[in-house]
Design a protein. Structure first.
Length: 199
């Protein structure tokens, strides 16, 4: 395994700001002959900067350091793929870092499955659009009932709210059965006309 001589922890090392050409030369030396000294210079220059980049992207210190080391290990293994025609050494190294970060995010679990003991059942609640339609129907019916004359409204309430039969309504109101039926028929007709579009 590749060993880089002991050096201060990443967060304590100050980056070496070398020229673009010097960094490209270091990469070419690593690619050509596996030059450890060239790689050490690249590592000391870029590892702290890549770690800081990862932390700015939201990684914790340990993850950022792991990703920085993984980035530089990839630089060691793939130095021969670097070409100055496609951009600077810095751009190439940061592209590797960004790709490793994206790969790490993809591997992280975004959600936890429910325990096996939890039964998966579809909700029995009506869908929101059905709830809204039902509320609108209820409001329309109540509005139609409010529009009825008092005597017609009274027989409808006694029939549908209190559950009385026509003859029981007649007894309670002291009306002939025919009058109750007539009022009920007129009320039905008005409600049907008011709610025709809901049928």
């Amino acid at each position: 395994m590749l060993q880089v001589a002991a050096s201060p922890p990443l967060e304590r090392r100050a980056p070496t700001f070398a020229t673009t050409r010097a960094m490209a030369d270091l990469l070419h030396r690593v690619a050509a002959s596996g030059d450890i000294e060239a790689f050490r210079k690249l590592f000391q220059s870029y590892a702290p900067r890549v770690k800081a980049y990862m932390m700015r992207q939201g990684a914790d210190a340990n993850t950022a350091e792991e990703l920085a080391q993984e980035t530089l290990l990839t630089v060691w293994r793939k130095a021969s793929l670097y070409s100055g025609d496609k951009g600077s050494a810095t751009t190439w190294i940061y592209t590797i870092a960004r790709n490793l970060r994206v790969d790490r995010l993809r591997k992280e679990t975004a959600w936890q499955p429910l325990p096996a003991s939890v039964e998966e059942q579809a909700s029995s609640d009506p869908a929101p659009d059905e709830q809204l339609a039902e509320a609108e129907r209820r409001e329309r019916v109540q509005s139609a009932l409010r529009e009825l004359p008092g005597d017609q409204s009274e027989v409808v309430v006694l029939s549908y709210i209190e559950g009385l039969s026509h003859s029981e309504i007649a007894d309670r109101l002291g009306l002939p059965l025919g009058t109750v039926k007539s009022r009920m028929r007129l009320a039905y007709q008005k409600i049907r006309e008011a709610l025709e579009d809901l049928r």
